[in-house]
Design a protein around this ligand. Sequence first.
Ligand SMILES: *Cc1c(COP(=O)(O)O)cnc(C)c1O
Length: 475
Amino acid sequence: MNNRLDPLPPLDLPVEEMRRLGYALVERLIERHLALPALPIQHPPTRMELERKLREPLPERGIPIDDVLAQLDREVWPNIIPTNHPRFFAFVSTPNNFVSVLADALSAAMTAYAGSWLEAAGPAMIELVVIDWLRQLVGMPEGTGGHCVTGGSAANLTALAVARYAKLQDRVEGATLYCSDQTHGSIRRAFRILGFQFEQMRVMPTNARFEIDVAALAQTIARDRAEGKRPFCVVATAGTTNTGSIDPLNALADVCVRENLWLHVDGSYGAAIALTAHGLELLSGIDRVDSLTLDPHKWWFQPYELGCVLVRQPHLLRETFQYSAEYLQDTQRAGDEINFGDEGLQLTRTFRALKLWMSLKVFGVETFRRAVQYGVDLAEQAEKTLRASSCWEILSGAQLGIIVFRYIRPGLSATELNHLNHALAAESLKDGFAFVTSTTLKGQTALRFCTINPRTTFDDIQQTIARLKACGNRL
Ligand SMILES: *Cc1c(COP(=O)(O)O)cnc(C)c1O
């Protein structure tokens, strides 16, 4: 029985309109892809300027979609610095691929509820396969499980929640966690969210290569034990965000086995190095860790949002996160069918694994391997170019596609050099050619390139360095 006055249900579009919009959208996506390399990097407008353009009353009545798209083209898309731009050298870029972009659209349309086997058995199976492919690629033991999350922050939070459950039975009093001064801030945030005090985190110094000082770690653990504390977890980083350094995983695994501690490795940035010829050597010891964070929306070329957490004993995920509810009773499965909604923070979850699965199948791992190696090589070429000019000092040589360097000028004090390099990063953004940001290593402010985009050319690198040099000379 249809007693509606309209021919269509609310929120439906006529089929011809759906088709027109869909095709037009695909054209837009392709135009964007083609236009990207020539696009200027835009300095962001102020909040005030955007308030004037975008603050408007709640739209009680609809307007034509073409007007809405035109508004986006005018006021919104020009005001992003696209992180897949070939000259986005700042932070960590997101050089996504078109197959995965389409996969995201497909996933939204199919509306798979990837929280339960009952509602989405096919997607759950794909997620199991993708997690196992990642496990194989990084070299974790068979039987390791895990799942997809929104990103590295969520994966780190998930892993630390499991560590808290497994080693502390969720009792946080007096417990201590160990990491380094190069550990990502998301670990500190996760630690606080999980109910620990900041003093319960022991931040270890790093050596000249920005790797955790294992001797200092062992001493600190011993001191904490002597004082009646409860050491429970070490967080190592495989590819720090600042420099790409990798903590000595085997030495840390030795400490953790001896001391009965959970070893979590944050591989958000760097675990993709496993795809290169020397990567598995660099990650030696990764087969011994309890949990690992991966972030495919970084160096695995996926669009936002996709992170992964791998756990050597996957039953711990369920024990940490599962609850029962009468309204979910029909979803319970016998045997090894998995409800990913029981394994982590989210009950309702999108089919995130699809994009990585589709792109791995379409391009093959060999293409991913070439793409990661290319980023490694680019940073090495950048280092050569920088070393050829006396105005640059290398603070951390090319490592996992990251190089940290600074502009130097004889006669300037340490503070003046810091100011100069900070100003140089800000000035370079005004130039509009490339996006370069600064960081601070052991008190020294420096510029940092992260060169993981396969569409970046060596010419992009050389021109950016030349412009930075000219800018530095002017300042
Ligand atoms: C980027 C990053 C994170 C955070 O990941 P998000 O996806 O941004 O949440 C955590 N750790 C390291 C080492 C990172 O580089």
